[in-house]
Write a protein that binds this ligand. Sequence first.
Ligand code: HEM
Length: 173
Amino acid sequence: MDILLLRLIHIGTGVFWVGAVFTFFFFVQPTGAALGPEAAKFSYHLLHHRRLGVVILGSAVTTVLAGILLLLITSNGLDPDVLFDTSRLGYTVGGLAAIVTLGIGALYVYPRTTIVERTLGQLLADKRPPTPDEQQTLARVAGESKRAGWLVIAGLVVAVASMATARYWGLFL
Ligand code: HEM
């Protein structure tokens, strides 16, 4: 595939992935938590009807797949001499950070958003408040997602900072 098209896909979906995660983590989620039960309808619509979790995951997978293809093309098929040369090291470091971040998002955070979606769907369908068990589940999942969310934010900061500066690493290292 043309490298220009790959870069367009890679950077376009990467911008969405990072922007969506930051907006969700620092604005949408805290607003939902502050509004409590009043936010249930909004959160359910965002997750179930607008499929925000699936769309973020899709953009992350696309960014990483396009990045891996770019890495394969630009490093002569993952030649270590190229991967760890200071002129390309930033892409390798940023790529690894983004892959680990995708792992945390896909395997830890995403399953928890599906628990929230399922539980809120049940509550809205039954038009009732959460049972103590459901309340406990929602609080546990929110806490776990928040802690993992900080790791995701840190991973994305490393990935973006490395990718944005990679072409100049050779000048300083
Ligand atoms: C948060 C995720 C990511 C973002 C926001 C991102 C962003 C970017 C940006 C803005 C560029 C252009 C930089 C330049 O031209 O100097 C770039 C290039 C590149 N990215 Fe990423 N990237 C991400 C993840 C990844 C991953 C997971 C890999 C591979 C495993 C990867 C591999 C590459 C490579 C090899 C290039 C250089 C392509 C070339 O030389 O033409 N990226 N990325």
